[in-house]
Design a protein around this ligand. Structure first.
Ligand code: ZN
Ligand code: ZN
Ligand code: FE
Length: 739
């Protein structure tokens, strides 16, 4: 009888997830001989024996939980004389497509059990981990993914750990982060001391997986206010951490989709309807949602087990606009004026990775920030693109590396408005390009001449002798939505955001675009208004309201916006047009309405007025109407009707909840009317909702319902955020199409 031997190659997220021991166990069970190993491409296997067919059938079906198989190729090879099945040494660097590093993962149930077992040798050990859990991306220094190429190279294994690490039957076989009290990383202070500090109302800087957190007792309003003051945070919401799902249910309303996401291995922060008005008032004033996450590192569990406050504020350890701290010295320098106590550890964080943030819109989770737990999982692209990097926009920056049919996004970087964030952008994209072995042939940025990221891209291109490609902001938004859905046919994009540089040099943000990666046609937009002071008006919704009142021909006297002290100056600017920039921004329209309903006249953080307006929009109300009309080939949404309705509602003391609800419904109605108008001329059947304005759940729900009822297929974001955090994905798609 002739022996059967096959060479098998598996690509995807297959390293650092227990894939080799899984293959080993399966081959042994089926009595096969051969070997398995890692190289930069993924996992290579040779199997020989009668059970080869069964092996190939079961290989993808029973794969380990954290693995993501992209492709399996099988080739016939010559049978060999051999016995037994072996795990072979990792092969070094080669060129070509490479394997993917897994994201950082919450401590698993098995490790948690050992953590709490007084008889286990890792009882209470804050860095317990195995092949199914622990840090990955944030501790990798190179490929292949082996201990020598991680921060764990600093911690030689003790005899007991070594025995597990080399035993294919152990769940710590080649688990790179594995360690114990004897040989592994240590905290700089006892868990009990951290708990005591928190219970005394102190602010503790805690080094975690992808950076430092600033923690304090969420139920101690004085401590929360102190943290807010020291961090110069204004009214910007804090996220909180609780021990488990039942603790989360005490402070927030959970449905099954949110429970599942909250407890998933990625453990994102989830924005949930709040149950506790007192807590809400301090942690996220003016919001109806509270950002909640569950304990995800062994240390977090140890803190709650040891009696830490049941609700901990856990906010990124940074100074207002700077990136999150990852380094011991740096954290002491930068967070010294904020934290009372520091809890460090000695495992090096190679690259920062902030917590991810999601919200659930009608059972569908939507990312607000895609970072820890997701970075650097690749996103499959509907088209192949040449090797390139993309740097995103300015705020909520996230960069991307792409090659072939895959794109990898960095973690959340922040607002690239200072040198520190720019350096983090540079480092994050460099790390990712190295890990994925992408040698960029082009660097892609937004077209805004004032963005630091664009300037950086231009210099990077010159320094490296590669192309610099600029992509229009809203085109990139639409392409990102299409890419994550794998769509490659014309889509009608409702691209609504705060600010983006338009091809005519004005500020866009209420755009109706038709097309795809190769190009878009601007078929319509919100009617432009003159913004006094340009982008600076972002901080003052009252100014934006005055601009809209001026455009709508409504007398500002007696409106809520008129109390703004610079009324005469702003009106002067509007009349003469000096220092005014035309804008079609939908985000600014939300600001204007928030001002006219006297919800907010000045903001502390981006989109605050719109977020508070959304929070007020409850119940049901008849939509406010606005005119949507063709002006030649230009479909124009004129917001004047909404502006008049807002002024009128405020004057007649209509409840703000009702007015806010009617405005949201009105915008959704205009979206449906606009989509139908374009369909009548162009015959398009799919509408995409993208741009930061679609982080608004009320608006998104109304639009999806209305468009679906009108017979459209509707695309909303599920993988990358609708805000500028998703921009880089669209940038690579559009740049790739043009090259
Ligand atoms: Zn584990
Ligand atoms: Zn050990
Ligand atoms: Fe945008």
């Amino acid at each position: 009888m002739v022996a059967i031997r096959r060479a098998v190659r598996v690509t995807g997220v297959v390293q650092g997830v227990g894939f080799r021991p899984y293959v080993y166990a399966l081959a042994r069970e089926l009595g096969l001989s051969g070997h398995v190993g890692n190289d930069v491409h993924g996992v290579f296997i040779e199997v020989q024996g009668d059970g080869v067919e069964e092996f190939l059938a079961r290989l993808p079906a029973d794969a380990p939980p954290l693995s993501v198989i992209e492709d399996i190729t099988v080739a016939e090879v010559e049978p060999q004389v051999e016995s037994g099945f072996r795990i072979v040494e990792s092969a070094g660097s080669q060129s070509g497509e490479v394997t993917s590093i897994p994201p950082d993962t919450a401590v698993c149930e098995d490790c948690l059990r050992e953590l709490r077992d007084p008889d286990d040798r890792r009882f209470g050990y804050p860095f317990i981990a195995c092949t199914n859990c622990g840090p990955r991306y944030t501790m990798v220094t190179g490929l292949p993914y082996d201990r020598a190429n991680t921060s764990m190279a600093d911690f030689p294994l003790c005899a007991a750990c070594e025995a597990e690490y080399t035993d294919p039957g152990s769940r710590r076989y080649h688990a790179q982060p594995t360690a114990c009290w004897e040989c592994g990383p240590q905290l700089s202070m006892p868990v009990a001391a951290v708990v005591a500090a928190l219970n005394q109302g102190q602010i503790v800087a805690i080094k975690g997986i992808g950076g430092y957190h600033l923690a304090c007792d969420g139920l101690d309003s004085e401590a929360v206010d102190r943290l807010r003051r020291r961090k110069q945070r204004g009214d910007k919401p804090f996220a909180v951490m609780v021990a488990d799902v039942s603790a989360a249910e005490r402070i927030a309303v959970l449905d099954s989709a949110s429970q599942e996401l909250l407890a998933s291995p990625a453990r994102p922060v989830l924005l949930l309807p709040s149950r506790d008005a007192g807590l809400q008032g301090h942690v996220a004033p003016g919001n109806s949602f509270i950002g909640v996450m569950l304990a995800y590192t062994p240390l977090h569990h140890l803190l709650f087990d040891a009696g830490a406050p049941a609700v901990l504020v856990m906010t990124s350890g940074n100074v207002s606009d700077e990136p999150i701290c990852i380094d011991v010295q740096e954290s002491q320098m930068r967070l010294g004026a904020i934290a009372d106590v520091f809890c460090h550890h000695d495992r090096v964080i190679q690259v920062a990775c902030d917590d991810s943030v999601f919200r659930v819109i009608g059972e569908v989770p939507q990312p607000v920030r895609r970072s820890r737990g997701y970075t650097p999982s690749p996103i499959s692209l509907p088209r192949s693109c040449p090797p390139m990097i993309a740097v995103g926009g300015e705020i909520k920056a996230t960069a991307a590396v792409a090659s072939g049919r895959r794109a990898w996004l960095t973690g959340h970087i922040g607002d690239v408005e200072n040198l520190e964030t720019l350096q983090m952008l540079e480092r994050s994209v460099g790390v990712l390009a190295d890990l994925e072995r992408v040698m960029p042939e082009a660097v892609v940025s937004d077209a805004h001449p004032g963005y630091m990221s664009r300037t950086w891209a231009a210099r990077y291109a010159t320094d490296n002798g590669i192309d610099h490609i600029e992509i229009q902001h809203h085109h990139a938004h639409l392409a990102s939505l299409m890419a994550e859905h794998g769509v490659d046919e014309p889509v009608l994009g409702m691209v609504f955001d705060g600010t983006g540089y338009g091809v005519d040099g004005t500020i866009w943000g209420g755009e109706i675009l038709l097309g795809g990666y190769d190009g878009v046609q601007r078929v319509g937009h919100l009617k432009p208004v003159s913004l006094p002071g340009g982008d600076a008006a972002v901080r003052f919704p009252s100014r934006v309201a005055l601009a809209h009142l001026f455009a709508a021909g409504v007398d500002p006297n007696g409106t809520a916006a008129a109390q703004s002290t610079d009324l005469r100056l702003v009106q002067q600017m509007l009349r003469t047009g000096s220092h005014c920039t035309p804008t079609t921004s939908m985000g600014r329209l939300f600001d204007a309405v928030a001002s006219l309903l006297d919800v907010r006249q000045a903001v502390d953080y981006e989109a605050q007025a719109a977020i508070e307006l959304e929070a007020l929009a409850v119940g049901a109300a008849d939509p406010w109407t606005a005119q949507v009309e063709w002006d030649g080939d230009d479909l124009v949404i004129d917001p004047a009707g909404w502006i008049r309705a807002a002024v009128d509602s405020h004057r007649r003391l209509v409840p703000v909840a009702w007015a806010a609800r009617a405005f949201h419904a009105g915008v959704a109605q205009a979206v449906v009317v606009a989509a139908c108008a374009v369909r009548d001329r162009e015959g398009v059947g799919t509408v995409g909702l993208t741009g930061g304005v679609f982080a608004n759940a009320v608006l998104t729900r109304d639009c999806v319902a209305g468009l679906t009822a009108a017979g459209f297929k509707v695309l909303v974001h599920r993988i990358v955020p609708p805000n500028d955090g998703g921009l880089a994905l669209g940038q690579v798609m559009v740049a790739g199409a043009g090259s």
